[in-house]
Structures are given as structure tokens and as C-alpha cells.
Design a protein around this ligand. Structure first.
Ligand code: HEC
Length: 146
């Protein structure tokens, strides 16, 4: 009797394993697609080259008196201000490394993941060293600046 119970429990768990496996493999292609789709726009370097480079230049040095540098910028020490800068842009006076700028940066049409990715790229290039910017950080700043 005991043997029968063990056998049927074993059979049942085999059956459950098989059905889980079946379901999982059916979903596998969909989740692979999602991963690819999410990874593509989160390429900070590509976003920088597409979006920021015209003004801030390939080396992040900007253009004197016109576009401030991102390279070794003291401005970006304030992460909240930096995230806000990309979300909202800015017109008016702004000081970077002691140099005054009075120009306009248009708001950048990027989603939160793209802003996180491009700023992570900025924080880890151009002589800068800052922790990666998370999507949650961007979300929090956006919530404060609707
Ligand atoms: C059309 C030109 C333009 C584009 C495109 C642009 N910026 Fe700017 N950016 C500016 C200008 C101009 C300022 C200074 C604004 C002012 O004088 O008030 C600035 C300021 C900044 C600052 C703060 C000052 C500093 O240099 O640290 C950051 C950070 C910044 N931009 C990041 C970015 C990022 C990241 C992108 C791409 C997602 C981007 N910008 C795209 C023109 C641009």
C-alpha cells in the first residue's frame, strides 16, 4: 500500500514538473523578446551619441561659452539637479566649473530607463566617476518635477 502511495506521489510530481516545464518553454520566447526590447534603449552610449553629442560633444567637453562640459563637471555632483536637467532642460544662467553659461538646453524626450542609462554613461565616462543612475532615481525626480 505504502509503495502505491509513493509511486502515485512520484507520478504526480513528475506530471507537475512536466507541465511546468511545458508552460515555461512556451513563455521562453516572449521573455527573451522582452529582455532584448528593454536592453536596446537602455544603451547609454548609443543614447548619448544620438541625443546629447551635438551639443556636449563626443568627448563631453561641450563648447566654450555655449555648451557646458559634462567631462569633470562639478554640476553633476548634484544627481537630482542633473537628472532634472535632462528631464526639464533649462534656460538661464548656469555655472559649471566656475564658468558661466546662459543658454538653453531643451527638455530631452527620453523615458526614465533611457535617462538612467545615458546618465550612467555620463557618470562613468569623460573622467567622471559616479554610481550608476537607477530608474527609481529618475522616477523620484520626475515625480517632484511634473
Ligand atoms: C541642443 C543642445 C543640447 C542637447 C541636445 C543636450 N544639452 Fe545638456 N546642456 C545644453 C546647454 C545649453 C546647457 C546649459 C543650459 C544653460 O545655460 O542654462 C546644458 C546643460 C547640461 C547639464 C548641466 C551642466 C553640466 O554641463 O554639467 C547636464 C548635466 C546636461 N546638459 C546633460 C545633457 C545630457 C545627458 C544630454 C543628452 C540626453 C543633453 N544634455 C543634451 C545643451 C544641450
Amino acid at each position: 500500500m505504502k509503495k502505491v502511495v509513493v509511486a502515485s506521489v512520484t507520478a504526480l510530481s513528475l506530471f507537475m514538473l512536466a507541465s511546468c516545464g511545458g508552460g515555461g518553454s512556451k513563455e521562453a520566447p516572449a521573455s527573451t523578446e522582452n529582455t532584448t526590447a528593454a536592453a536596446a534603449p537602455a544603451d547609454g552610449e548609443a543614447i548619448y551619441k544620438r541625443t546629447c553629442i551635438a551639443c556636449h560633444q563626443p568627448n563631453g567637453m561641450g563648447i566654450a561659452n555655449t555648451f557646458p562640459p559634462l567631462a569633470k563637471s562639478d554640476f553633476i555632483a548634484d544627481r537630482e539637479k542633473t537628472i532634472g536637467q535632462v528631464i526639464k532642460g533649462k534656460t538661464g544662467e548656469l555655472v559649471v566649473n566656475g564658468a558661466k553659461y546662459n543658454n538653453t538646453m531643451p527638455p530631452q524626450p527620453l523615458n526614465d530607463a533611457e535617462i538612467a542609462a545615458v546618465l550612467t554613461y555620463v557618470y562613468s565616462n569623460f573622467g567622471n566617476s559616479g554610481a550608476p543612475v537607477t530608474v527609481d532615481e529618475v522616477k523620484a525626480v520626475r515625480a517632484k518635477n511634473p
